[in-house]
Ligand binder design. Structure first.
Ligand code: PXP
Length: 254
């Protein structure tokens, strides 16, 4: 079964739009609470909860992450920049997984994969420090062979292949090319002994094709689930995505 990590960042985005100055996330009218969303997502079948604690703290706050650590019963996946500050934070928090992502203040969301080649020494140091603390590291990378090969060489147990270029190309002639890039990336990563996750830009439509990629272990999905939850509620949105990820909607139709 393909696993689902629900990325709840955009629940915090909505909260911050109104309550940026509020000191706490509990009590009063400070809403919506990402931790409540996480618990409901788990109840509906999420296999893990993912948050990105950005340097600019634009959505998820440190306090959210500590509350999640104490509250959720599945696995906590902390997306973070590969910096000494974030490494120290993760070693204190002890999430189940850390996913190293690139960070650029101007970007609206994570835009490209991590440049493992350019950041080789920092990435190696982070993988070693996390490994010693029992935290599994995933590298969020584009499906490019040199990046995948170096991820394996540095001892990362997981990669998360960036599906954003494919998602952007879905309605263009580049779709087949981007899908093939992902397919080859999955095969190469698996051959090198990496566990293969994927994420970014996956939605209720393109999941039908994404799910056919070989060797996929887990998908991290945020924006589309939070968007659908506005209309259906989070539990229905999570259930529907998990069903589509595992071909259950197709089975029902036939
Ligand atoms: N994986 C990573 C590493 C991300 O940075 C993001 C976006 O925050 C996602 C997955 C989820 O992307 P989306 O919100 O488009 O589903």
């Amino acid at each position: 079964m393909l696993l689902l990590g629900v990325n709840i960042d955009h629940c915090a985005t909505v909260r911050q739009a109104r309550y940026r100055q509020a000191p706490a996330t509990v009590g009063g009218a400070v809403e919506p609470d990402p931790v409540t969303l996480a618990v409901l997502s788990e109840r509906a079948g999420a296999d893990g909860i993912t948050v990105h604690l950005r340097e600019d703290r634009r959505h998820i706050q440190e306090r959210d992450v500590w509350r999640l650590r104490e509250t959720i019963s599945t696995r906590l996946n902390l997306e973070m920049a590969c910096t000494p500050e974030m490494t120290a934070f993760a070693l204190k928090l002890k999430p189940d997984f850390v996913c190293l992502v690139p960070e650029n203040r101007q970007e609206i969301t994570t835009e490209g994969g991590l440049d493992v080649i350019g950041l080789r020494d920092r990435v190696r140091a982070c993988i070693e420090a996390m490994g010693a603390a029992g935290i599994k590291v995933s590298l969020f990378i584009d499906p490019d062979e040199p990046q995948i090969e170096l991820a394996a060489k540095l001892g990362a147990p997981f990669v998360e292949l960036h599906t954003g270029a494919y998602a952007h190309a879905c309605h263009t002639p580049r779709r087949a090319h981007e899908f093939q890039r992902l397919r080859l990336g999955c095969v190469r990563a698996h051959d090198l002994g990496l566990t293969v996750n994927a994420g970014h830009g996956i939605n209720y439509v393109n999941i039908a094709e994404i799910r056919t990629l070989p060797h996929l272990h887990e998908l991290n999905i945020g924006h589309t689930i939070i968007s659908r939850a506005l209309f259906t509620g989070i539990e229905e949105a999570v259930r529907e995505m998990k069903a589509r990820m595992n071909g259950e909607t197709e089975k029902k139709k036939s």
